[in-house]
Design a binder for this molecule. Structure first.
Ligand code: ZN
Length: 708
């Protein structure tokens, strides 16, 4: 994902940079010291972060594209008939410098960016789109790929080779290679427009999120808020001379969400809530409505050009779900009980308001606040009681312990290695027999240079070179509650779950052992299985006993608190599941349109939500104008993926439970061998059935969410 502030790099400047690069291509002086052009003699060949400057990226990108263009030209120029080795494999091996550069650049642009990096991202994005189209739409290259594909049965390929051949061929067809020439031009134009619109959508959202501030001047207006949040708001206030001595709350989740959860001041809740649900819907420079309209239109046009009725048809063909009916089926099955539950929850909150003689009807800005109060009353449990048991270092050790129990692997901290930021740490992961599997960066706390949320990525993905496995460099990046004063970082239960989740992605990366880059990727609706399955262990008493220890007394979390946690775990699912499914349906509704006439984004959103009967107190988890997942490309017709994968993870976890031992090594080994190590070298459902013996059932999920 891109985070870019610099909107206005003039085209002239870009042309200047490009032409100076082209002119300078023959001279080696400037590029002599570019770390991307050298082998990395660092521990485990991690990127030499401290030596890389922003000026190194653009030349490395340009040279990377240049090299790949030459590599492809030599595939085309080969006088021998096209074979798997001289065409498909050669193509898979091309572009090494480009991917070496991209992995580091995009990893850091998310985790530790700067204005300069964001400007570079803005410059590079259209060039990469064009480079990709130049490859996909190269008729001579496609001819050779097709020649190999047409005789695939006769070539005696092994299953990995066959899969690579099929994926490569499909990639070309989906990239427009079969289009007649006049439509290819149109196709290129659409790709370019779409990539710029997606980028602008994200820029606008970042700007609107950063621009808003709720400034509190009176201490009395802080009533109800936890100390940690107040301290963070004071710190945010002191960061700017205009707000020094005041408290500043923002639209970033770690600020706005707990504010809505705890603030006793109803007017202020309404104010920040209203700002939150109207991001990029303020008819100013950062408004996203027109961008959405164009995006939806261009995506449909692109799908139509390729012969699909809808954009969802184009996307889902490559996913586990295959068809939009299958997605709607799943979502609707969950929507019905979730909505019923949400209505019950709303009624319960209204009762509390009435009992307190509040004299008002429950609104959207009351939901999180009264949810917290009902929870406290029903289960005598609040978040602040739990936090002392979730010390970050202990949680990390608990996760490593779990990985050791399941897979026999171990993690050791690496000292004196280059770091993407001074707050990060590096860990070596070794297999049960001591073999090196890869390394893992952990980078936990928020900072201005990091985008929001939590994710797992890699500064170097696993690969193969000269028949040897290249170990990956994986990273987990989070925005966890930082330590305050001398106290250690204490996590909320949600943050603990997030850590387990991202660690599941990390294991998927560390265990991967796939021969070809072209078959390493996993469909979007399968990729959350390895991560979400890890969440099942988080609150298992057997594991809590190991890691959930009080930060001062060292006492293990009391059984009584664990019981409360368990009893309360399904409370609030009407809201949580409801807001999520509503957004998933909205995403699908946009991308199953078969024609787009006069189009009004707000009216469309409204009619979709009315159609499913969403109650007014719950907005979809993301409204259209800030629905980054679907609008910027990562989860287009794909926001449903989390719940799709949850059907899989709930069912997969049952495989452990059924053995009577949640740490069962044999089941874990099967999970690793069938799924975690295989990347995308096999159909997702086939991998799943290899592990479980049958296709997954939805019951586990409904039960887990208390919706059955
Ligand atoms: Zn995930």
């Amino acid at each position: 994902m891109f985070n870019i502030f610099n909107f206005s790099t003039p085209m002239k400047k870009l042309l200047f940079i490009m032409s100076s690069l082209i002119i300078g291509a023959g001279s080696i002086s400037a590029q002599d010291s570019n770390p991307f052009f050298e082998e990395w003699n660092t521990p485990f060949q991690v990127p030499p972060f401290e030596q890389i400057t922003n000026d190194d990226y653009l030349p490395a990108f340009m040279e990377g594209m240049n090299q790949q263009t030459k590599e492809i030209q030599s595939i085309i120029d080969n006088q021998d008939p096209a074979t798997f080795d001289n065409t498909i494999l050669a193509l898979d091996n091309s572009g090494k410098l480009l991917s070496k550069t991209s992995s580091v650049f995009y990893g850091l642009n998310s985790a530790n960016t700067s204005n300069e990096m964001q400007a570079t991202a803005r410059d590079v994005s259209p060039l990469l789109t064009q480079h990709r189209d130049d490859i996909n739409l190269n008729p001579h290259l496609f001819q050779r790929v097709k020649a190999v594909y047409d005789q695939k049965e006769k070539l005696g390929l092994d299953s990995d080779q066959l899969k690579l051949l099929e994926e490569t061929y499909k990639g070309f067809v989906r990239g427009g290679a079969n289009l007649p020439e006049n439509n290819q031009e149109k196709f290129r134009k659409l790709n370019k427009e779409i990539s710029i619109l997606q980028l602008t959508f994200g820029q606008n959202l970042l700007a609107e999120t950063n621009n808003y501030k709720l400034i509190i001047e009176e201490e009395g207006d802080l009533a109800g808020l936890p100390n940690g949040l107040i301290e963070a708001a004071a710190k945010a206030g002191n960061a700017d001379s205009v707000t020094t001595g005041k408290w500043v709350f923002t639209l970033h989740n770690p600020s706005v969400l707990p504010f809505l959860q705890f603030s006793d001041n109803r007017d202020l809740r309404e104010e920040i809530f209203t700002a939150y649900i109207n991001r990029c819907n303020n008819n100013n420079d950062f408004d996203n409505k027109e961008i959405i309209e164009k995006l939806i239109r261009f995506r449909l046009e692109k799908a139509n050009l390729l012969g699909y009725d809808t954009y969802a048809d184009f996307v889902l063909e490559e996913r586990m779900s295959k068809k939009s009916e299958n997605v709607y089926n799943l979502l609707n099955q969950i929507w019905v009980p979730a909505l019923a539950k949400a209505k019950e929850e709303a009624a319960e909150m209204q009762q509390m308001i009435d009992r307190e003689e509040g004299g008002f009807a429950h609104e959207g800005w009351d939901w999180r606040y009264y949810n917290e109060k009902v929870m406290a009353e029903k289960f005598s449990l609040n978040e602040e009681q739990l936090k002392p048991y979730f010390m970050l270092g202990n949680v990390r050790d608990g996760i490593f312990y779990l990985a050791g129990k399941l897979y026999g692997i171990s993690f050791t901290q690496v000292q004196d290695a280059p770091l993407p930021h001074k707050d990060a740490t590096l860990w070596e992961c070794k297999d049960a027999d001591g073999t090196h599997l890869g390394v893992l960066y952990l980078d936990f706390f928020p900072r201005a240079s990091k985008r929001g949320g939590a994710w797992c990525g890699s500064y170097r993905p696993q690969g193969y070179k000269d028949g040897e496995r290249t170990a990956p460099v994986v990273t987990i990046v989070c925005n966890f509650t930082p330590p305050s004063g001398d106290a250690p970082a204490l996590l909320t239960p949600d943050e603990v779950e997030t850590f387990f989740h991202e660690f599941g992605h990390a294991l998927h990366g560390l265990f991967r052992d796939v021969k070809y880059d072209g078959i390493s990727g996993v469909p979007r609706d399968f990729v959350e299985l390895p991560s979400q399955v890890m969440e099942n262990w988080v609150f298992e008493p057997e594991l809590l006993n190991v890691y959930a220890k009080h930060d001062i007394t060292g006492e293990v979390i009391p059984g009584e608190l664990v019981d409360k946690l368990e009893n309360s775990s399904t409370y609030g699912q009407g809201f949580k599941t409801g807001e999520y499914i509503a957004a998933s349906l909205l995403d699908m509704d946009y991308h199953t349109l078969t024609e787009i006439g006069e189009f009004d984004v707000l009216r469309f959103e409204d009619s979709c939500m009315t159609h499913i009967g969403l109650i007014p107190q719950i907005p979809p988890r993301y409204r259209s104008t800030y629905f980054q997942h679907t609008m910027t490309g990562g989860y287009t017709a794909g926001y449903y993926s989390y719940i799709w994968a949850e059907v899989l993870d709930a069912d997969a976890y049952q495989a452990f439970v059924e053995t009577g031992d949640i740490f069962d090594r044999a089941t874990a080994t099967r999970f690793r061998e069938s799924i975690l190590s295989r990347g995308g070298s096999e159909e997702a459902m086939k991998m799943y059935v290899d592990f479980r013996g049958s296709e997954p059932k939805i019951d586990g999920l409904l039960k887990k969410r208390g919706l059955q």
